[in-house]
Design a protein around this ligand. Sequence first.
Ligand code: SF4
Ligand code: SF4
Length: 425
Amino acid sequence: MAKYERDESYVELDHVEVDGVDISGHWNRMYQPREITAFTPEKIEELAALSGAESIAYCYQCAKCVGVCPVDAAGGDYGPRKIYRRLQTGLNIFDSPDLWKCTTCQNCVRVCPKGVDMVQIMPAARERSVLDGKVPPELQEMFEHVAEYGNPMGESPRKRERWIKQAGVEVPILAKTKAPVDILWFVGDFYAYHKRGQDAAGAMARVFSRLGIDFGILGKDERSDGDSQRLAGEPGLFESVAEHNIQEFQKYEFNRIVVSGPHALNAIKTQYPKLGGQFEVEHYTQLLAPKLDALGPLLTKSFDRKVTFHDPCYLGRHHGEYDAPRKLLTAVPGLQLTEMFRCKEQGYCCGGGGGGMWLDGFMADQVSERLSEKRVREAVEVGAEVLAVCCPYEVSRFEDAVKSTGNDGALEVLDIIEILDGCME
Ligand code: SF4
Ligand code: SF4
């Protein structure tokens, strides 16, 4: 197969002036029309043959996707159009770093007129590489932790309940209370194990308690929601943790599940039904926003700071929820909400989706700056003092990025639930 090469033959005039504007030399350079004939369909056909990856073949190279791809914007030279073209010129995607760069943020899917769906294509391609043992080591380690311990940190399941001691309120564990509840709160790995997540988990328990919400948790019987493992190419691992969680859910009586994070929302809403687990599920901001009549009077302390909000890809673009977090933030007395240029439907990505949470080392060689660093700069540019988030991946990602961009002390990263809790007596 011949590799495509640009035809460098051109015509240019030494001296040209048009309407008083000098366009001499290379300014009037005219190339011969290009005929792109040197390509092969084989690599595209090979990828499109995988179940879920069919739509890669629909691309007609319009390039709408590249301008919205957060990886490309961070210097990652990426986007479905580029992948398609590289496949045409012989790229073996299964051996390429390009396989792991996509965060499944869905921004290209939003704008693609041909329905090229990277959120399906990349997990299908990754599955094949995972089966062949071609996985970045940090991702492989995460898979092993989830398989062995049920969480990506490799922590003991028993430690899942440790955060409760610092919450200062009663947190009912369903296996102990055995009583029906209105809300089964799916706490999630980062709220349960990560130091800053535990701060948010405590805040959530206190807010639920003050609002008189009737809730319970699975505690040590909870496992990872599995969505990041599925999107990173391990659907078998996803199924094993998802089936475990479904069995646990089915042991108890409750009206709906409330999740701390958008990735659990996506898993339980869109994937668990395929495994026989049908549950009503919502994100915590969606539970609390309609309760502002009760919540508002509890917010007695003023939060006199300029705040900007980062839309999580899996709450916003994937599930269309842009209002609930903003309703909560604008209900906080004194809080001044300012939007970043990229927000809502075109919100930027923190880099943590689709397995990206465990690929920071790998990605460092692929981009000119981390996606989280770019986002922190955008928050600082609009004069924000606080970057508000509502995805458990984001607090740690953005706090690291605040440090690495030299914004320590200038920008604080807080979960919305921490802001609400801090404004209550
Ligand atoms: S927007 Fe869709 S059709 Fe256009 S280049 Fe990108 S993937 Fe191809
Ligand atoms: S899903 Fe997001 S990260 Fe992946 S290619 Fe599309 S825009 Fe880029």
